[in-house]
Design a protein around this ligand. Structure first.
Ligand code: 3NM
Length: 216
């Protein structure tokens, strides 16, 4: 039995960020994260990846991860690492998020023990296999077109989300891709336990507070 305290409510407002999402400026990114934590995000994923990221600067990469982790700890918000399982283990992160192309789900579960494990899924089969192999939640997307992931799949719209919820009433699901304040209510209505966002928070200082005003 795994002992982590992860629940579906952790997915409600899931912030994902790397320095590349804030003009490649780690200091500014830390300020964005700090504000988001104060305002009430429920989960954070550190995703330092792609053009403008610190991926090729190992020292700065790790230092930035540590700084984000420290902020999350201050606010008791779980800190999830995208893809880099070795770093997650080294930093004692709370969890890992992997895509279907990343390390195999079962192998990752074996490596991380009772940490939180999230997996991106794009079909009913992928959801079923991710959960069978030990995922705690699945990420479904992109629901809408996104400006934050160059190699994202074509947007699925809400149809896929509704289909996934109908097939798996009890699976923890977070929707991702192009979600903003206007779209959030319909995403929850379609069955998501939460929304995962990059640009909504990085580009709008008041997003988190405005989100809670929605009362979804
Ligand atoms: N993964 P924004 S879409 C990191 O479809 C990520 O799996 C996606 O950023 C997927 O909220 C995406 O700015 C980017 O659209 C989400």
């Amino acid at each position: 039995m795994r002992l982590n305290v992860f629940g579906r409510e952790n997915l409600k407002l899931y912030f994902i960020m790397g320095s590349q999402d804030v003009d490649g400026r780690p200091e500014q990114a830390l300020q964005v994260l700090k504000n988001a934590l104060i305002d009430g995000i429920t989960l954070f994923q550190w995703r330092e990846k792609g053009v403008g990221s610190l991926q090729n600067q190992p020292e700065a990469y790790e230092q930035f991860a540590c700084a984000c982790l420290a902020l999350c700890r201050e606010h008791a918000v779980p800190f999830i690492v995208n893809d880099d399982v070795a770093l997650a283990l080294k930093l004692h992160a709370d969890g890992v998020h992997i895509g279907q192309d990343d390390a195999h789900v079962a192998a990752t579960r074996a490596l991380i023990g009772n940490k939180i494990l999230g997996v991106s899924a794009h079909s009913v089969e992928e959801v079923a296999s991710a959960m069978a192999m030990g995922a705690d939640y699945v990420g479904l997307g992109p629901i809408y077109p996104t400006v934050s992931k160059m190699d994202a799949n074509a947007p699925t719209g809400l149809v896929w989300l509704k289909q996934a919820r109908a097939a798996f009433p009890d699976v923890a699901m977070v929707a991702i891709g192009g979600i903003n304040l206007e779209r959030a209510p319909e995403v929850f209505a379609a069955g998501a336990d939460g929304i995962a966002v990059i640009s909504a928070i990085c580009r709008h200082r008041d997003f988190v507070r405005d989100f809670y005003q929605l009362g979804v």
